[in-house]
Ligand binder design. Structure first.
Ligand SMILES: *[C@@H]1O[C@H](CO)[C@@H](O)[C@H](O)[C@H]1NC(C)=O
Ligand SMILES: *[C@@H]1O[C@H](CO)[C@@H](O)[C@H](O)[C@H]1NC(C)=O
Ligand SMILES: *[C@@H]1O[C@H](CO)[C@@H](O)[C@H](O)[C@H]1NC(C)=O
Ligand SMILES: *[C@@H]1O[C@H](CO)[C@@H](O)[C@H](O)[C@H]1NC(C)=O
Length: 517
């Protein structure tokens, strides 16, 4: 009987998965892919661009190979600055209806607000935006995706100083003035919650500050600095949106959101303590930034655990903060089990230690999903539905965009000396991945979630921050010697899916097994 029931359940789930179609998403739904300025543009010293913190960081050579795994940098990257016209053609060739990219702050304002406007930078982004619109591709523009003018680091310690709020709003308002007649989707920050951790909690990203036991850095304090940096980013977002609503929104008719990095968590054990651990781990991620911008303050679980290390908002700031988001962007990659570390003994991992939980990727020896080429990333498509429903409940069904989703799929995305281009391009695993995550996204939409777009990370293989060019997330392969772009199988599949002319088959068996458990 139980067997029959399982069989029935299996075939039910199976049939709902097999039918994924373009028409499972609203007609206006945006299907896109993403990039960011430092990762693709190159031309790092051209046309009066100022140095960014990443230009400087990648050029500092340490004792062995410096700050980047393969000793590389973004000086040239994919040379998108010179090849943007071809890249727009490339996006059009696979039917993208939207493109998520970021503006290089130091290309537009080489020295922040302490110098002039670089007209060549304005011109480049005008050309890019116009070219996209000519092909019917909606620009989704991130004002800041990690790279900032080095000037702001050297002058006043960037995100640790409230002065950066002024620099950020100055830059953002300039972007509204210059591009806002055509750009309808603005994202202030990409993954500020991850950024605050990588810059100030674990270290690794410039200015590489942290303290033991979270990481090894020459300077910093992991107990205080991530929260100070985040505080300044949150206020910078609120002030920017306030400016947009007052002076631009009625004329330009766009919307302003923020993109949050969001893992999903499952309780390791089915006990109250671990369910609370999940709630804490989640609170320290998305609600850290979103609660202040909806409700005016940090989640109470953060306040309880961090005490005086968590900055306070003044009464005036609280008022300013409330309801300062038009949409939430979500970047999603990973799922972990978490275990309570308040009542139970555990080894605490740096990433989630602040929430007093520990994370793992298996339970009783069984992995949480199918392993990708990245040792810490497993494929768990059902998390997509769960996290969307979590945000829907907590934030009153505000519009959502999945602004990044992807992985090192198709067993050659971390190439070695003997990997062939054919293997890299033959990324059937990425196709399964995108199809399965989209399937669960469609389930959330069917349950009433207001999701309006999905963006694959990334459009093409890029400079992947401290991993350099060693890992490949792209729909398009890039040969970093000739800079030639070649569509992977996944790009061809995505094109067919977006255009809706092929019934899309089965999710992988692994993902189905996971659904049943
Ligand atoms: C970090 O700052 C807190 C609060 O000021 C202080 O108690 C702690 O000792 C500092 N830690 C380090 C490693 O400097
Ligand atoms: C977790 O435990 C509750 C009762 O404590 C039970 O109702 C539920 O089915 C369990 N969930 C799982 C996934 O085992
Ligand atoms: C190199 O990568 C290929 C996949 O592209 C894999 O089959 C092979 O085992 C790897 N070789 C080494 C030495 O790691
Ligand atoms: C592509 O991958 C599939 C499945 O992983 C495999 O069956 C096929 O032989 C591969 N093709 C090439 C050209 O490597």
């Amino acid at each position: 009987m139980a067997r029959l029931f399982l069989l029935l359940l299996f075939s039910l789930l199976h049939s709902s998965v097999t039918g994924l179609r373009r028409s499972d998403f609203p007609p206006s739904f945006l299907f896109g892919a993403g990039s960011s300025s430092y990762q693709i543009e190159g031309a790092y010293l051209e046309d009066n661009k100022g140095l960014s913190n990443w230009d400087v960081f990648t050029h500092i050579k340490g004792a062995s190979k410096g700050n980047i795994d393969d000793g590389s940098n973004g000086d040239m990257a994919t040379d998108h600055y010179h090849r943007y016209k071809d890249d727009i053609e490339m996006m059009h060739s696979i039917g993208l209806t939207s493109y998520k990219f970021s503006l290089s702050w130091s290309r537009i304002l080489p020295k922040g607000r302490f110098g002039g406007i670089n007209q060549a930078g304005i011109k480049f982004y005008n050309n890019l935006i116009n070219g996209l619109l000519e092909k019917g591709i909606q620009p989704l523009v991130t004002i800041n995706h990690y790279d900032i003018p080095e000037e702001l680091q050297e002058r006043y310690n960037s995100w640790l100083n409230p002065e950066i709020q002024e620099d950020f709003t100055y830059f953002a308002e300039l972007c509204f003035k210059m591009f806002g007649d055509r750009v309808k989707h603005w994202v202030t920050f990409n993954e500020p919650n991850l950024l605050a951790k990588l810059e100030y909690f674990i270290g690794g990203f410039p200015p590489n500050r942290c303290s033991e036991p979270n990481g090894k850095c020459d300077y910093g304090n992991s107990s205080t600095e991530p929260y100070i940096a985040a505080h300044n980013m949150i206020l910078a977002h609120a002030k920017t949106n306030n400016i947009y609503r007052k002076n631009y929104k009625s004329k330009q008719g766009g919307s302003v959101g923020i993109t949050i990095h969001m893992r999903w968590y499952e309780p390791l054990r089915n006990i109250t303590e671990d369910h609370l651990a999940v709630s804490r781990a989640l609170s320290f991620e998305a609600p850290w930034f979103l609660d202040p911008l909806f409700f005016g303050d940090y989640p109470h679980q953060m306040r309880q655990i961090l005490g005086p290390n968590l900055p306070k908002f003044t009464a005036g700031e609280e008022k300013l903060l409330k309801n300062q988001i038009d949409f939430i962007g979500v970047n999603h990659y990973q799922t972990f089990y978490v275990k309570d570390c308040i009542y139970s003994l555990c080894d605490i991992d740096p990433y989630t230690s602040e929430a007093l939980v520990s994370e793992s990727t298996e339970r009783n020896g069984i992995p949480i999903g199918k392993l990708t080429q990245d040792a810490n990333t497993y494929v768990v498509p059902s998390s997509m539905e769960k996290l969307v429903m979590y945000l829907k409940e907590r934030y009153n069904n505000i519009p959502l965009y999945i602004t990044e989703n992807g992985g090192l799929l198709g067993y050659a995305q971390i190439p070695n000396i003997s990997t062939t281009v054919e293997e890299i391009i033959n990324d059937t695993e990425r196709i399964n991945y995108i199809r399965d995550y989209l399937t669960y996204l469609s389930f959330a939409i069917r349950k009433g979630a207001d999701v309006r777009g999905y963006f694959v990370w990334s459009l093409m293989d890029s400079f992947e921050w401290i991993s350099g060019y060693t890992i490949k997330y792209g729909l398009f392969h890039v040969n970093f010697k000739s800079l030639k772009r070649t569509p992977k199988l996944s790009a061809k599949w995505y094109n067919k899916f977006i255009k809706g002319y092929e019934q899309i088959e089965i999710a992988s068996e692994e993902s189905l097994e996971h659904m049943v458990s």
